[in-house]
Write a protein that binds this ligand. Structure first.
Ligand code: C2E
Ligand code: CA
Ligand code: CA
Length: 438
């Protein structure tokens, strides 16, 4: 069996220089030995990433952040046995080969959190470090030696970005979806160039007079004669950051369509375009959006940018700054999916947005209680008082329409009026802009 590096081993290329633990190369070497002897089947690999470490770094400074990382590694090391192995892949990401029988204990430790002592200006204090963990119970079926890192890392991403939970296992289906994601990413840029992405337009209607008042642009991927819905590829593009290219592309297409409608003598309506929270990584997001609208030479009023709320403090700050910028630029904005989980009433107070989009979960019920109505009426009332417009999405049935009307919202987007329509279909709706009064 491979020997664990001693704490003071000389620095070599198998070691993570900060913590002195094995890096990916060192970890793979150890795993290789276990693989050759077949013992690896008795192990689970745990790949884990610290929660909120960015915040800790900002709060204490990066030198203290480094010390915390070193201490964290030391504390964890105390919880491993001689036959187990701990690696540090860099920054706040670690990996461990843990005997199957100890797996739950170690997993719980990582999730519950480890207390690490730290020195601050005010003296000593303690930080609790918990992690998001991906677990792979090694099944002996290793095609590529790097699988021991890749598989649990896939499970970690699944936990972090999809389940939003503290841990996940690398099950067969989780791994299969990861392969699918890789395929999507492989062909994504070609598909953009080949213009395989199309924008569908879902009408927004004023239910009082049946007038078409706007639309939402929703992307579709036409690949091999198949129309793929965004649910199948957007999470993947969000995870990789590639979503930004798509969102700019969709905005460009919408601006072009609006421009063409104008040139053809039509009177287009305001179209909202979705921007993922992941797009906020681009510090020039607002400027680039303005640039795209200007380049097309269309009226700014004809575009609205939809974003969703966030629970993450750091993201919240960036989102607020982004919305403020768009407000100053005179570009309309909307808070999407309001009420679907993350949104809070503070949103109404803090964000300078033009529109509040009430999520369909508010009306996704068969019998509306007076409680539902009180809550929705209050939210709508507050938003209107604050100068926002309010729209409800996902309205499919008459009783839902009556319910939201009673609560004071008349702008409606949903199958009740129309599904998202291909360009040419929507163009027909633009002609008389009138829905029959139902
Ligand atoms: P979303 O922004 O909340 O868009 C509304 C979704 O609800 C659309 O699904 C729409 O087809 C669907 N919908 C509309 N009316 C009804 C209804 O009455 N009943 C039901 N059950 N559903 C209705 P779609 O087009 O599949 O899009 C799903 C999500 O994908 C969108 O949710 C949005 O989050 C994302 N998305 C779509 N296009 C883009 C895009 O260009 N960029 C980004 N970043 N995300 C996009
Ligand atoms: Ca939306
Ligand atoms: Ca929505």
């Amino acid at each position: 069996m491979a020997k664990k590096p001693e704490k003071d081993t000389r620095i070599d290329r198998t070691m993570q220089h900060l913590s002195g633990l094995a890096n990916s190369e060192g970890f793979l070497q150890y795993a290789d030995v276990l693989r050759e002897t077949g013992q690896i089947r008795n192990y689970s690999v745990l790949y884990f990433n610290l929660k909120g470490f960015g915040q800790i770094n900002r709060k204490f400074g990066s030198a203290t952040g480094d010390e915390i990382i070193i201490r964290y590694g030391e504390v964890l090391h105390e919880y491993t046995t001689e036959e187990e192995f701990l690696g540090h892949l860099g920054e706040d990401t670690f990996i461990a080969l843990i005997l199957r029988k100890n797996r739950d204990m170690f997993l719980n430790l990582l999730i519950r959190g480890v207390l690490v002592e730290t020195k601050t200006e005010k003296g000593k204090s303690w930080v609790s470090l918990s992690a998001v963990v991906g677990v792979w119970d090694v099944d002996g079926d290793i095609k590529d030696p790097r699988d021991v890192i890749t598989y649990p890392s896939i499970a970690m991403s699944h936990a972090k970005y999809e389940l939003h939970q503290s841990h996940a296992f690398a099950s067969k289906s989780v791994l299969a979806r990861a392969t699918q994601r890789e395929e999507i990413l492989d062909i994504f840029h070609d598909s953009i160039e080949q213009k395989e992405f199309e924008v569908y337009y879902q009408p927004k209607v004023d239910s009082r007079d049946g007038k078409l008042i706007g639309a939402e642009g929703l992307v579709r991927w036409k690949h091999n004669d198949e129309m793929i819905s965004p649910g199948a590829f957007i999470p993947t593009l969000e995870m990789s950051g590639e979503i930004l290219f798509l969102d700019y592309y969709v905005l460009e297409r919408v601006c072009e369509d609006i421009k063409k409608w104008k040139e053809a003598g039509q009177d287009p309506v305001t179209v909202s375009v979705n921007f993922s929270r992941k797009d906020l990584k681009d510090r020039e997001l607002a400027e680039n959006i303005l640039g795209i609208i200007k380049k097309a030479g269309i009226d700014k009023e004809l575009i609205e940018i939809e974003v969703t709320e966030t629970v993450d403090d750091e993201e919240h700050e960036i989102l607020t700054a982004f919305l403020d910028k768009l407000y100053e630029m005179g570009i309309r904005t909307a808070i999407d999916d309001f009420g679907s989980g993350y949104s809070s009433l503070a949103t109404l107070r803090e964000f300078k947005v033009s529109t509040l989009k009430i999520d369909r979960s508010f009306i996704n019920t068969d019998d509306f209680s007076w409680r539902d109505e009180v809550i929705l009426t209050d939210i709508i009332h507050m938003a209107l008082q604050l100068g926002m417009s309010v729209i409800t999405e996902g309205v499919e049935r008459e009783d839902q329409l009556v319910f939201v009307n009673n609560a004071g919202c008349f702008a409606i987007q949903g199958y009740y009026y129309d599904r998202p329509l291909p360009h040419d279909e929507f163009e027909k709706r633009l002609k008389d802009k009138q829905y029959g009064k139902k």
